[in-house]
Design a protein around this ligand. Structure first.
Ligand SMILES: Cc1cc2nc3c(=O)[nH]c(=O)nc-3n(C[C@H](O)[C@H](O)[C@H](O)COP(=O)(O)O)c2cc1C
Length: 379
């Protein structure tokens, strides 16, 4: 099976198999952006199963872009904690990749102060209760790009094998690409080509900071659900430009890898995906065709079995990222590797204390997981 075969990135680093732990925010870091022992244990236990790579939860690159109580990669004071995280992610010798992000208009006002909310344009997100951000100045945009570069150099110092830019899921990099969030008419917006400029500048800054021998990846939402959002054809153009920057992989963020349509910004976690989306064309296949082997394509969403992983590979992916399955069952990978799929835990136990203890999930993460009914399966 392809899933157990090794994979070599453009930069030369190798994954022992095609499976990676997807980025999973724990919402359980210290106020100063250092990792808590609880979240290190969450990561260590899951990574110890032999994943080819483990991607970290998203680390903020700038204090004013924090969207939750997560880890930071914003200044030299974060390096030692990032080093501990890299070690935990490498618990069974897999590659350790740091995901970096900025929240833009969906940063959390309670964490950063409402007056600090800034984004490509002064347009509020569709999320309930969202505040209207202030439009960033050109100087602030340049500074934010530099912060992504700085975060990548901190990752290198901390011993990571690579960095993944969070360009998906409605955070700042996605916002710059979205015609719904970006109404600018300068170098950073106005046309499709200009809306790509921020993502491309961030990707270049990250590549420059890590050099040619570390992994540089980019996570993309392949299209927006809203009728005035960007389409798959647009993100294919973006992926084509990103591939020219000699990235190591493009990761496609979907709720379910079989999905042909995106999830809306105001997603309802209760309705099963299958009831909302009829298959037409696979974004994994479409983007893989555009990339045409210039870098790896990583797929994610709804991978629960080995057959799912092989299914996503058949659609065109080289690599597979697994999220909720390893939240619910920390030993998921060991079980699928030894043909014990029947013993995979199908959902979180009902008792919250048991979730925390039995599954090594920090209590604040348990609260976060349960705050969106339907998001994570329950027993
Ligand atoms: C608890 C939780 C936290 C997440 N945090 C992140 C994150 O920090 N960055 C990111 O790109 N995606 C994040 N995601 C999305 C996952 O990486 C993944 O793409 C998504 O859950 C779909 O894959 P799955 O069905 O295997 O979970 C998170 C998902 C969950 C369940």
């Amino acid at each position: 099976m392809v899933v157990w075969s090794p994979f070599r990135f453009n930069c030369g680093r190798e994954m022992a198999n095609r499976l990676a732990i997807a980025p999973l925010t724990t919402n359980a870091s210290n106020d100063d952006g250092t990792a808590t022992e609880g979240e290190l244990e969450f990561v260590r236990r899951r990574s110890a199963n032999g994943f080819g790579a483990s991607i970290s939860s998203a680390a903020y690159v700038d204090e004013n872009g924090r969207s939750w109580l997560g880890i930071g990669a914003a200044h030299d004071g974060h390096v030692s904690s990032l080093g501990q995280l890299a070690e935990a992610l490498r618990a069974s010798q897999g590659l350790a990749i740091l995901q970096i992000y900025d929240g833009g208009r969906i940063a959390k006002p309670e964490l950063i102060g409402e007056h600090c909310l800034r984004a490509p344009s002064a347009v509020a997100s569709l999320r309930p209760g969202a505040k209207t951000p202030r439009a960033m100045t050109a100087a602030e945009i340049e500074a934010l790009i530099a912060s992504f570069g700085k975060a990548a150099s901190l990752a290198r110092k901390a011993g990571f094998d690579g960095v993944e830019i969070h360009g998906a899921n409605h955070y700042a990099v996605h916002q710059f690409f979205s015609p719904r969030a970006n109404h600018r008419d300068d170098h950073w917006g106005g046309t499709l080509a200009k809306r790509m400029n921020f993502a491309l500048a961030v990707a270049q800054a990250v590549r420059d900071a890590v050099g040619p021998k570390m992994i540089a990846g980019f996570r993309v939402t392949p299209f927006e659900a809203e009728s005035d959002g960007y389409a798959l054809e647009d993100s294919k153009l973006l992926c084509n430009e990103l591939a020219k920057l000699k990235l190591d992989y493009i990761s496609i963020s979907l709720d379910d890898y079989r999905m042909s349509r995106p999830t809306s910004e105001t997603r309802d976690y209760k309705t099963p995906i299958a009831q909302r989306h009829a298959p037409t064309v696979s974004p994994i296949t479409e983007i893989s065709r555009v990339i045409a082997g210039r870098c790896a394509v990583m797929a994610s969403g709804g991978i629960r079995t080995c057959a799912d992983a092989e299914g996503a590979i058949e659609l065109g992916a080289d690599l597979i990222a697994v999220g909720r399955a390893v939240v619910v069952d920390p030993e998921w990978l060991s079980k699928i590797r030894s043909n014990r799929e029947a013993s995979i835990l199908p959902g979180l136990p009902n008792d919250e204390n048991e979730i925390a203890k039995a599954l090594s999930i920090p209590p604040r993460m348990v609260e976060y997981l349960l705050s969106r009914p339907g998001w994570i399966p329950r027993l």
